[in-house]
Design a protein around this ligand. Structure first.
Ligand SMILES: Cc1cc2nc3c(=O)[nH]c(=O)nc-3n(C[C@H](O)[C@H](O)[C@H](O)COP(=O)(O)O)c2cc1C
Length: 147
């Protein structure tokens, strides 16, 4: 059984709703999940398995509260050597170059902190997927198997 800490960044609530749906699904699969909105550096340091679920705002930016955590992680730079992680990013491909930029930034930082990606980042495009739960639950199934 794994304990998965879910760190959330959301502006309008879509990523937050998705995070709680994923937490329920994780528990149905006999693992444990805790949702952080968005949590602290210590929460990240104490996590045995990390899942970021974030939308993208501005021009490829991380939602404000999660961005504060991201910047603290960047400043404090706690090594997360080999801690398994996954990232689900919500975005909109009509934003072209900044599509899912928040997830890309977080992915880069987690790699710098030496965490271990279990699975490629999932990018959900609001232009294509009106129900983000559908691709996210498929991805989560693979993520859980890869833990
Ligand atoms: C003001 C604004 C800026 C956005 N900027 C981007 C962006 O740069 N890149 C992107 O992929 N999506 C962008 N989006 C799309 C959102 O990430 C997408 O709609 C997401 O599903 C919103 O999730 P939320 O309800 O958790 O905030 C933007 C949306 C808004 C309203």
């Amino acid at each position: 059984m794994s304990q998965i800490s879910i760190f959330v960044g959301s502006v309008y609530g879509g990523a937050e709703d998705l995070a709680f749906t994923l937490a329920e699904e994780i528990k149905l699969n006999k693992h444990q999940a805790e949702v952080f909105l968005p949590g602290t550096v210590n929460d990240v340091k104490n996590a045995s398995h990390i899942l970021f679920v974030t939308s993208t705002t501005g021009a490829g930016d991380i939602p404000t509260e999660l961005e504060a955590l991201y910047l603290e992680l960047k400043n404090q730079f706690p090594l997360l050597t080999d801690v398994p992680y996954g990232i689900i990013t919500l975005g909109d491909s009509s934003y072209d170059d900044t599509f899912c930029g928040a997830g890309k930034k977080i992915d880069t930082l987690l790699q710098e902190l030496q965490a271990k990606a279990c699975l490629d980042r999932l990018e959900i495009d609001a232009c294509e997927d009106f129900e983000p739960e559908e691709p996210a639950l498929v991805w989560l199934n693979s993520f859980i198997k890869a833990l």
